[in-house]
Design a protein around this ligand. Structure first.
Ligand code: HEM
Length: 418
């Protein structure tokens, strides 16, 4: 199995496990007493498992595959081991969270031995990528200063994770902050936009039609200007009610126009195009809804309600998942897994399921905004919406199951005919 195939199979497997846990959580919210059957494996222990498996398993492994494709020579030496090490450290993490060992910081739950192993895994991946570049140079390929710069920049990831997961850095609930400011949301979103914008280059895609030169310079110039604006507005401890903070979030809307134009200028393989469209559609919806959601008056009413959980699924199960699938579809064009993500039924189940999921949660959040006690009383509209969400989750799990079955079928079929 090639490193890309292995990363793809592991990513699908983590998605399957994460969606199964998501469905368990959805059922527990409907029938909290059912939790007694699980003994010490309470809702609070499954929650970090769901969150971290979607992030570090399903969403991260396609990016690991992208790095392996960009850095390693043809033979991909070391890539498969890097993927196995990644999944092994995530498996240890999941066991630790279920055993109740967690830092308590969402998405930074790494603690104790699991933390050490996950950081070591990141350094191992860095070593495999550097060795790949060295071997390509020795084989007579041209120098790759751009990839070395990216490698250096990526080294900040283990350093940042070591800092943020450290128990000494800040407690799980940070008393020094009242939540994200407009500027902090702008800064983190710009990093994600830079990642989306740089991906066609790492994938080696060519332009879809003859282009005027300097397109990339103009796009990344605009990103740099936006980052300078971020630096200017992120001073001090502003309130999210200040007009400048609201304006900072609103400036992100310009990327709903620029990013589709930029990505649309590349020749995406046929199988990946529905995923590109899905990515742009979910991303546009995310930006269009996130800006009004940040407005004082609305934010104060829906913060900590189901509307925010809906927002998280719109961002991660909608936009980021479509991006992960887009990457996998392009990376696997010439592997034995080509065509797995072209499954129309899986595509329809995932996006319809997530659309219903997000709509049900938005409706529940709207009810909570009017009557904050409605969830705790378990009134029938909430039960109905939670049931709808669980059914939508079952559809999403079915889609993940189809991708797993199709991948293993293709690997087996090609092995038999080889
Ligand atoms: C079968 C599909 C899924 C189901 C049934 C499901 C269900 C759930 C449930 C019940 C929660 C806890 C909400 C609460 O405590 O009120 C949750 C949280 C979350 N899920 Fe999922 N989920 C699914 C798929 C996904 C996927 C694929 C992703 C990301 C790629 C994802 C990302 C998240 C995030 C980020 C949260 C935290 C939300 C917050 O606290 O604001 N989920 N999910």
């Amino acid at each position: 199995m090639t490193a890309i195939e292995r990363a793809t199979v592991h990513a699908f497997a983590w998605l399957g496990v994460a969606c199964t846990v998501g469905l368990l959580l959805a059922v527990l919210l409907l029938a909290p007493r059912a939790g007694a059957v699980l003994g010490p494996l309470t809702y609070g222990r499954w929650m970090p498992v769901h969150l971290n498996l979607v992030l570090y398993g399903w969403l991260a492994l396609p990016l690991v595959a992208l790095l392996l494709r960009a850095f390693l020579p043809e033979d991909g030496w070391g890539g498969g081991t890097a993927v196995q090490t990644w999944s092994a450290s995530l498996g240890v993490g999941a066991a630790a969270w279920l055993a109740g060992q967690s830092s308590g910081k969402p998405f930074l739950d790494w603690d104790g031995v699991a933390r050490v192993l996950f950081l070591a895994n990141l350094l191992f991946l860095a070593g495999v990528l550097a060795a790949g570049l060295v071997r390509r140079r020795r084989a007579g390929e041209a120098r790759r200063p751009g990839l070395w710069t990216l490698w250096g920049a990526l080294l900040t990831v283990p350093a940042a994770l070591a800092f943020a997961t450290s128990p000494g850095t800040y407690p799980p609930v940070n008393p020094a902050t009242g939540g994200p400011t407009g500027a902090s949301l702008l800064g983190s979103t710009l990093c994600v936009i830079a990642l989306f914008a740089g991906t066609p280059w790492l994938l080696g895609l060519s332009p879809s039609r003859p282009q005027r030169g300097g397109r990339g310079v103009r796009l990344f110039g605009a990103l740099a200007l936006h980052a300078a604006f971020f630096a200017a507005v992120s001073r001090g401890e502003p309130s999210h009610r200040e007009p400048l903070q609201i304006a900072a979030v609103a400036t992100l809307l310009v990327w709903a126009w620029l990013l589709p134009r930029w990505l649309g200028g590349f020749a995406w393989p046929a199988e990946s195009r529905p995923w590109l469209l899905a990515f742009l559609a979910w991303g546009g919806l995310l930006l269009a809804t996130a800006v009004p959601m940040f407005l004082p008056g609305l934010l104060d009413r829906i913060k900590f309600t189901n509307a925010l959980v809906g927002h998280a699924h719109l961002a991660m199960a909608g936009m980021a998942t479509s991006f992960a699938a887009l990457l996998l579809a392009v990376l696997n064009q010439e592997t034995r897994l080509a065509g797995v993500l072209g499954d129309r039924i899986g595509f329809a189940l995932w996006h319809t399921g997530n659309g219903v999921h997000v709509t049900a949660l938005a409706a529940a959040g709207a009810l909570e905004a009017v009557d904050p006690g409605i969830v705790f009383r378990g009134d029938w509209p909430i039960t109905a919406l939670y049931s709808l969400r669980a059914a939508a989750g079952a559809a999403m799990l079915t889609a993940a199951g189809r991708w797993i079955v199709r991948s293993s079928g293709r690997l087996k079929a090609r092995r038999n005919t080889a």
